[in-house]
Design a protein around this ligand. Sequence first.
Ligand code: E4P
Length: 223
Amino acid sequence: MKFFIDTANLDQIREAAELGILDGVTTNPSLMAKEGISGKDQVMKHYKAICEIVGDGDVSAEVIATDLQGMITEGEELAELHPNIVVKIPMIKDGIKALKYFSEKGIRTNCTLVFSAGQALLAAKAGASYVSPFIGRLDDVSTDGLDLIEQIRLIYDNYGFETEILAASVRHPMHIINCAEIGADVMTGPLSAILALLKHPLTDIGLAQFLADHKKAAEAVKA
Ligand code: E4P
């Protein structure tokens, strides 16, 4: 499973990249705004900086336009910025047309704001490279987000769709583990959820014991 980090914060992206397990980054207009990034020049510069940190990994950059021509213009500009940019397109009617347009042009896309299996089926038929079901936001409204990942996995496998399932709106380490069990191709989440995978009290207790025993043995040799 690929690991993407869901942030526009350069320090967090750097920290995840330094771990050596980062496969890409997803951003959205809210995450960009959180970093105080606005205006075309600043936005483009920021995406470029993210691409440089990530190296080989994909970087999803979302269009703001909601009409077909606007999405095409913005998406083409974003795609020209760096070969690793994946144009993020919302799941709306013109978005489907834009996905088809970009797929025919060989520009990679990520269909965002997906909350149902029907939407995921449409995105795959339109040739999206990635589909982003938002599991955390479904959980927020008392609907099991993981059930949706399972449904999409089944549908895509039934027909051999190559669209990758990018489990988005991941909130905690169990989301990551469950997505891996179900067979999501990618997960995107905050650095905190990725780092939480590291933690186990028995690891800490075991390491403390190993180090203490090593120290004791070294002191015994010295004495
Ligand atoms: C996906 O690409 C989105 O940026 C994201 O995962 C949304 O997550 P949130 O529900 O935590 O805002």
